[in-house]
Design a protein around this ligand. Structure first.
Ligand code: GLU
Length: 505
């Protein structure tokens, strides 16, 4: 018999921003679908109206698209098992609840919220595990009719077996068994007619022909209940695989939804959009996330999407919690930045520069890309490296112009000569600039470091800046000449002829 086709799903609830933990779940499901030639379904689990957050869905779809996790079936893509948004499927859940009621596998419960919370309080006081006491499990038809006559709308609960055990096989962890006594009669349909997560999730996984359920391990306690629900319906459960927890970099505690600070005082980013805003490349985050709980090979950590697809296997997913290392991600991001073509990097830098108030055209963006490619870890590191090129240098101390073992007069002469040379050099390119300025230093009897240092301060206002010739080319002749002239004026205006602060004399 042919293997049934792999159909996996990512089933987020739009209750907040898209977290990297969710992104990892989506990624593994996506990789498994692509590896097997199966189908990746996106299903929106939005039946808990109290937790629904407008904007969350948009953030989620944006994040998935940014990471390149495309879905074959889903809310906007459509597909043969739609609709893919649970709030549009409420009638289906009600109909399936009626089937269970008809079989006696579920029952109506008329307990008021007040009674249930009093019950829980009492159980807690007595040191017992809070849970429903099954007061309505054996109501007679008469009792039911009386409640109905009072106009009370019941919730519907699953009639969980009172004895025995429920076992399910987890593809990562092996068999997991619980005693049915520890499970209470979970609610399937709420009194507002909306399903609980459990009911909607199972009905949809079945109706959407999901073959493998890969989700976070926080769902393990729910899985025996889900298995009982499958049994109640008379359906075959899918394969379950619960993904390991993601820990924060200290290895103590889970990577939280809240914003926390790392020991180094930096914010721990946790939402996908935060990584995007912080200047991470989606391909770096993709590569890194794939490794948080799965290993690609013995040693290798860098791989392309195609390589990940070819290698991905549920068997390679780890049981133990995985630590999220921001340092490793940052390193990886730098590697990916260096692998980009200049054109590609320039295109990605443009919006980042614009956000920093530096508006550049495509050709300037290319020059910026060339200047910063070897020097940045995230795209956001770029503006600070090049902003001098796009603004007048901030006020700087003219004494900085004077290099070691030079006087003010030497410096003025050097700047003047440099300005003459740069007015004439053709073309105004890195190579031609270097070919002009190196011999000029010699002609002036200066070390190249002295001449270049003076020019660097004159054009950037700083003693440390990206490579000089690229910087000059980026600025362009007019700007360079203007800034040299300004430096000369600043220096000439100084009253006292002082020496370089570096020399100490
Ligand atoms: N809606 C659930 C969530 O938000 C889905 C859990 C599952 O995959 O079954 O995580």
């Amino acid at each position: 018999m042919a293997e049934p086709r792999v159909r996996v799903r990512y089933a987020p609830s739009p209750t907040g921003s898209f977290h990297v933990g969710g992104a990892r779940t989506a990624l593994y499901n996506w990789l498994y679908a692509r590896h097997t030639g199966g189908t990746f379904v996106l299903r929106i689990e939005d039946t808990d109206r109290t937790r629904y957050r407008p904007g969350a869905l948009h953030d989620l779809l944006e994040g998935l698209r940014w990471l390149g996790l495309d879905w074959d079936e889903g809310p906007d893509a459509g597909g043969p098992f739609g609709p893919y948004t649970q709030s549009e499927r409420v009638a289906l859940y009600q109909e399936h609840t009626n089937r269970l009621l008809a079989k006696g596998a579920a029952y109506p419960c008329y307990c008021t919220p007040e009674r249930l919370s009093a019950l829980r309080a009492e159980q807690r006081r007595a040191g017992a595990t809070p849970g429903y006491d099954r007061a309505c499990r054996e109501l007679t038809q008469r009792q039911i009719a009386e409640y109905e006559a009072q106009g009370i709308t019941p919730v519907i609960r699953l009639r969980v077996p009172l004895e025995g055990q429920t076992t399910f096989h987890d593809a990562i962890r092996g068999d997991i068994t619980v005693s049915n006594r520890t499970l209470d009669d979970l609610v399937l349909l709420k009194s507002d007619g909306f399903p609980t997560y459990h009911l909607a999730n199972i009905v949809d996984d079945h109706l959407m022909a999901i073959s493998h359920v890969m989700r976070g391990d926080e769902w393990i306690p729910s899985t025996p209940r889900h298995v009982l629900l499958y049994q109640a319906f008379g359906w075959e459960p899918p394969v379950f695989a619960h993904l390991p927890l993601i820990l924060n970099p200290t290895g103590k505690g889970k990577l939280s939804k809240r914003k926390e600070k790392g020991p180094d005082g930096r914010d721990y980013l946790v939402m996908v959009h935060e990584f995007k805003q912080a200047g991470y490349l989606p391909e770096a985050l993709f590569n890194y996330l794939a490794l948080v709980g799965w290993s690609y090979g013995e040693q290798e950590e860098l791989f392309s999407r195609a390589q990940a697809i070819a290698a991905f296997d549920i068997g390679g997913i780890s049981k133990s919690p995985a630590v999220f290392s921001y340092d490793k991600l940052a390193w990886m991001n730098g590697v990916y930045i260096r692998q980009l073509t200049l054109e590609d990097l320039a295109g990605r830098l443009e919006p980042v520069l614009a956000r920093a108030g530096i508006i550049v055209g495509p050709s300037d963006a290319l020059r910026v890309a060339r200047l910063v490619q070897e020097r940045i870890t995230t795209l956001n590191d770029a503006p600070a490296l090049v902003d001098f090129a796009f603004r007048e240098p901030a006020e700087y101390d003219p004494a900085l112009l004077i290099q070691k073992k030079m006087t003010r007069e030497d410096t003025l002469r050097a700047l003047d000569a440099a300005r003459d040379a740069l007015e004439a050099v053709e073309p105004f390119s890195e190579q031609a600039l270097e070919a002009t300025l190196r011999p000029l230093a010699e002609a002036l009897g200066l070390k190249v470091g002295q001449l270049f240092g003076a020019i660097r301060v004159a054009v950037t206002g700083r003693t440390v800046a990206p490579p000089l010739f690229g910087t000059l080319e980026l600025l362009g002749r007019d700007e360079v000449v203007a800034r040299l002239r300004r430096a000369e004026e600043l220096l000439a205006r100084q009253e006292t002829p002082y020496r370089s602060p570096d020399t100490g004399n």
